[in-house]
Design a protein around this ligand. Structure first.
Ligand code: AHG
Ligand code: MN
Ligand code: MN
Ligand code: MN
Length: 324
């Protein structure tokens, strides 16, 4: 089986970008090890701190963030990083060309119950028009040069794209290498699986309420077929299932908090996952706009997300067109 670096070389990925990706993998191997130690590593549970998102930080949120940030900045290849767990960007080498936005530990509410979690990353280049500060990161998802995630499940898997399709790699712990295990990921256009947190249904918009209601009516309803609901409460594993066998994953806007109607973050959750989904033949939308076309206005900006099997996402978007 092929190792990660030869595969990237064959794809003519620039050497410095390969180094940045390889550094992320080194951090991921360390995170994977600590996660698989579980409570033996003494890093389960929460801290007393709150991050800028207003979430209580898990110890492993903080540990994973530090690991990734320090390793990336030590390479001297990274101009700056933006992290879910950092209030502001953290500057690196002023002459470097790569920007890395990342969610060090996605689904961290699952840690203390031994559920799947992951690391999500999005790599862009410093734009010609802006060489300083957080505005460097305010680029559309179409500007990403690489994106992916490491899913720390029963096996640790890297799923990544550099714009030439999506490949999956599995971590071989004996040699400490990510080995190519799926050459080309393709999402089926149709599906009978949907992924949503049903506990929020009273907060959804009218189109989303009607779309889900029709799904739940099964063979007797307007969709004429049975749908199954899945929810891992970790975007990284819910999206992984969609990439493996199709489906629609959605975290819609809700009306609870006017200033924060959405849950998922654009720069280090929605954009990297949208890049993967589109490269695998799927669609990724807010319900009204293609996610990777959005012009960000701040680094922790949140968006509504519906992504996955192209035909099913299209049906969901039709509800958003037809219902005010
Ligand atoms: P994070 O753990 O990085 O803060 O992300 C959690 C996100 C995402 O992974 C998941 O889909 C969603 O939050 C789950 O939200 P609920 O707990 O509200 O269902
Ligand atoms: Mn969080
Ligand atoms: Mn997350
Ligand atoms: Mn997180």
């Amino acid at each position: 089986m092929q190792r990660l670096i030869p595969v990237l070389n064959n794809d003519h990925v620039p050497l410095h970008l390969i180094s940045v990706i390889n550094t992320l993998m080194t951090a991921a191997k360390e995170i994977s090890h600590r996660l698989h130690q579980g409570s033996l590593a003494g890093t389960l549970g929460s801290t007393l701190d709150e991050n800028i998102q207003g979430e209580t930080q898990k110890k492993l949120d903080v540990v994973s963030n530090q690991l990734i940030k320090n390793m990336l900045l030590e390479t001297n290849l990274v101009r700056a990083v933006a992290s879910e767990e950092e209030d502001d960007i953290v500057e690196g080498n002023p002459d470097a060309k790569y920007l890395v936005a990342y969610d060090p530990l996605d689904g961290s509410s699952n840690i203390d119950v031994n559920g799947s979690v992951g690391t999500i990353f999005s790599i862009m280049e410093v734009p010609d028009h802006c060489k300083h500060g957080k505005d460097m990161f305010l680029q559309t998802g179409d500007e990403q040069v690489a994106a992916g995630y490491i899913l720390y499940g029963p096996s640790s898997m890297l799923v990544m794209t550099t714009g030439k399709g999506v490949r999956m790699y599995t971590l071989d712990h004996t040699v400490g290498e990510f080995l190519l295990t799926v050459e080309q990921v393709k999402i089926p256009a149709q599906t009978q699986e949907f992924s949503i947190n049903m506990a929020n249904d009273r907060f959804w918009s009218a189109p989303m309420k009607q779309y889900i209601k029709d799904l739940l009516q099964g063979e007797e309803g307007p969709r004429g077929k049975r749908f199954n609901m899945r929810w891992n409460a970790a975007m990284v594993s819910d999206v992984h299932r969609v990439l493996c066998r199709g489906g629609i994953f959605t975290y819609p806007a809700d009306c609870r908090e006017a200033d924060k109607p959405c849950k998922l973050r654009l720069l280090y959750e929605a954009n990297p996952m949208s890049f993967l989904i589109e490269q695998a033949g799927g669609r990724a939308s807010t319900g009204y706009e293609r996610i990777m076309s959005l012009q960000p206005t701040e680094i922790h900006q949140r968006v509504a997300v519906m992504m996955g099997s192209a035909d099913e996402v299209g049906t969901c978007l039709q509800y958003h067109k037809d219902i005010p």
